[in-house]
Design a protein around this ligand. Structure first.
Ligand code: HEM
Ligand code: HEM
Length: 469
């Protein structure tokens, strides 16, 4: 049976579609931009500041929170995403209406059609799911839409991250011409460190049972990525056939040690009888990378100092990893069976990776030049970057908490997206996950290989408790 859609959702859907249509109907002034520059000398006006604020709240806070609410099938998912859409629409118009500083054609503006299209598709799929069409052919379509809505939804934080970075460099007029290469290097590697930190936080707090099911140790995955990335960097950090310039040789050498060490890490990630085993290789690689970075030659003194702190932070991440595995965990994968409530020391490595990421993203030539000209010391700058790292670390922990308390709690609240009584179910039943997972963990040794695909089947099973009883 189709339920009528609540008014706000209908409105949002209509406005989003309308927005797409008027999208290009504005003029873009560039008359005050000096020859060869990418921004005019004007300050950023208040409309653009509000654009940044509104988009940060809508895309940066509401959508990711709503994503987690979607995963846990909360009744708050739709209201939060609807609110996010309202802000996204306001922010969209503000972006087009700004005066003040002018910008040449830029990645941020060029990425807008893509990101808006993703949002529109996501809302369209969401509206379809909300209609609860479940009879006949809709039963099949619905399954596909749930999957697609889920995949796109979990991808959105990454797309949003990219658009935010584009926004930042556009606002400052950075990363043009000769700067493109090293800009990309800093933002890609920096984002990778942050992403690694976030993944480690997720695995630390809610991924222990998943890790156990894979039959691999954390270091297997870490080493695999390090080895693969090393292969790429071995060949891409130098323009082959030309002279070795600047830090080429150091970057290439770093690529080489990554795949060499990565292979060892993969090899050491199993015991002789094939059980997963921890090892210190990824920790050592992070330590060595940090050491390399701390002594990386730079042109500006400020840049050298920021790189030095970046290097030390990365070294600290490596050292704390080694201490954690050797002395806190003594080679176990976690302090207790389900991984809940880790030792406080275990938060250090992930956090230091966030911090390293932000330090690296904040250390491009142009940024260093601007700060150096403004006589900002490396101390204040590093502290600000650490503050940003703390905020993202907090937000990540909050989202994981939101996920964990609902997935692992034993009381099943009544909830909008939970199974309907009319036979076909939509949501996940909130079976007591923790008990189920604990049982699975105890049975682990008895489960045969072909049941390894279980996590996938699981989800479907949980969706349809009616068919089980
Ligand atoms: C306002 C528009 C939206 C509506 C009406 C909507 C509706 C829904 C509904 C009804 C479900 C439950 C699906 C089911 O029955 O199993 C769901 C799940 C979900 N939604 Fe949305 N949604 C909207 C926007 C978004 C956005 C913008 C995102 C991404 C940031 C998102 C991410 C998700 C995720 C990740 C899930 C869980 C899927 C899974 O676990 O596989 N949704 N949504
Ligand atoms: C995902 C979130 C965001 C979206 C969807 C978005 C969207 C837009 C749109 C539609 C425009 C108008 C582009 C045009 O004139 O063609 C714009 C302009 C702009 N936005 Fe954003 N924005 C987002 C976040 C941000 C953030 C976080 C910043 C800054 C840190 C930012 C900085 C700017 C700047 C500087 C402009 C002016 C560019 C120009 O006039 O060409 N935006 N944005």
């Amino acid at each position: 049976m189709a339920k009528p859609l609540p008014m706000p959702i209908r409105l949002v859907a209509a406005v989003l579609l309308g927005t797409a249509a008027i999208a290009n109907a504005h003029e873009h002034h560039m008359d005050k931009i000096p020859e060869g520059e990418s921004v005019s000398a004007d300050p950023i006006d208040s409309i653009l500041w509000i654009h940044i604020l509104v988009q940060t709240i809508g895309w940066g806070i509401l959508f990711p929170t709503g994503m987690v609410l979607g995963i846990i099938r909360s009744k708050w998912h739709v209201p939060v995403q609807t609110a996010g859409c309202v802000l996204a629409i306001i922010g969209y118009f503000l972006g087009h209406k700004h005066k003040g500083r002018q910008f040449t054609v830029n990645a941020h503006a060029q990425f807008v059609p893509t990101i808006m299209l993703i949002l529109i598709a996501q809302v369209a799929m969401g509206v379809y799911l909300k209609l609860h069409l479940e009879k006949g052919i809709h039963g099949k379509i619905r399954k596909i839409v749930v999957k697609a809505h889920g995949v796109v939804g979990k991808m959105m934080p990454i797309v949003i991250w990219v658009q935010f970075l584009f926004g930042g460099i556009t606002a400052m007029g950075f990363c043009r011409g000769e700067h493109v290469g090293q800009c990309a290097a800093h933002f890609i590697m920096g984002s990778a460190f942050v992403a690694y930190g976030i993944l480690l936080t997720i695995i630390l707090l809610v991924g222990q049972l998943w890790l156990r099911k894979t039959g691999r140790s954390q270091e297997f995955f870490d080493s695999l990525v390090i080895a693969a990335w090393g292969c790429v960097n071995t060949f891409t950090e130098h323009r082959w056939g030309t002279a070795w310039v600047k830090n080429d040789l150091q970057h290439t050498a770093m690529g080489i040690i990554w795949w060499c060490a990565g292979l060892v890490g993969i090899w050491l990630s199993r015991t002789r009888d094939g059980r997963p085993k921890r090892n210190l290789i990824p920790g050592i690689v992070i330590l060595l990378t940090g050491w390399g970075m701390s002594a990386h030659p730079q042109t500006l003194p400020l840049s050298s100092m920021v790189h030095e702190v970046f290097g030390y932070t990365l070294m600290a991440a490596g050292v704390t990893r080694i201490v954690e595995i050797s002395f806190v965990l003594r080679d176990r994968s976690s302090v207790n069976a389900d991984g809940a409530d880790p030792n406080s020391f275990q938060y250090l490595t992930p956090f230091l990776l966030y911090a390293s990421g932000f330090l690296f993203m904040g250390a491009t030539e142009e940024q260093m030049q601007v700060l150096s000209d403004a006589h900002v010391t490396h101390v204040s700058y590093v502290l600000i970057l650490f503050s940003i790292a703390f905020l993202l670390f907090l937000f990540t922990n909050m989202l994981i908490h939101l996920y964990a308390v609902s997935t692992w709690s034993s009381n099943s609240k009544s909830d909008d997206e939970n199974p309907h009584v009319n036979g076909m179910a939509n949501g996940h039943a909130r079976a007591d996950r923790r008990v189920r997972d604990a049982e699975e963990f105890e049975l682990e040794g008895l489960i045969s290989d072909d049941e390894d695909a279980r996590p996938l089947v699981d989800k479907e099973e949980r969706q349809a408790p009616a068919s089980r009883s």
